[in-house]
Design a protein around this ligand. Structure first.
Ligand SMILES: [Ca+2]
Ligand SMILES: [Ca+2]
Length: 162
């Protein structure tokens, strides 16, 4: 089973965020633990080690290994309903939102947006942050709340069922 495109992009984004946060730039047990918790699981160290063991060639997960693992995680059994998938996807978005929202006040400010975009390693100009902010900010209060942010992600990544 492979991931739908939009889900794949989101997983790649999550991978980038978590590897950026890690000291060595790789997805090791600590980061994997966070990913699993984000998906609502409470894995033991042994379980985390088992996943690394099963999916990683070395001690850390490479992007394609991570995607492979996420595909299995999100699909569960073959007949798992699509609703569950979008629920988990929404959780993923929610968690990404938390990464953007550095001061955890429930909104993404211009500075937080810029910081997060810079965190992806891309060179971001102020006007690009302006544009994104303007596109996403539906009620023109100069910040992005969670709904606005979800809508923005939907538009960025095409049609997503949430
Ligand atoms: Ca904030
Ligand atoms: Ca707003």
């Amino acid at each position: 089973m492979s991931l739908p495109d939009e889900l794949k992009q989101e997983c790649e984004g999550a991978f980038e965020i978590f590897t950026k946060e890690s000291a060595d730039g790789k997805l090791g047990p600590d980061e994997l633990n966070k990913v699993l918790r984000m998906l609502g699981q409470t894995p033991s160290d042994d379980e985390v080690a088992e996943v690394i063991n099963d999916y990683a060639e070395g001690e850390t997960l490479a992007l394609d290994e991570f995607l492979d693992f996420m595909a299995k995680q999100l699909s569960g059994s073959q007949d798992k309903r699509e609703e569950d998938l979008s629920k988990e996807f929404k959780n993923l978005l929610r968690e990404t939102f938390r990464w953007y929202d550095k001061d955890a006040d429930g909104i993404i400010s211009w500075n937080e947006l810029k910081l997060a975009l810079k965190g992806t390693g891309e060179v971001i100009q102020d006007w690009e942050v302006d544009e994104m902010m303007k596109d996403g900010d539906e009620n023109s209060d100069k910040v992005l709340d969670f709904d606005e942010w979800i809508n923005m992600m939907k538009e960025l990544e095409g049609h997503i069922q949430c």
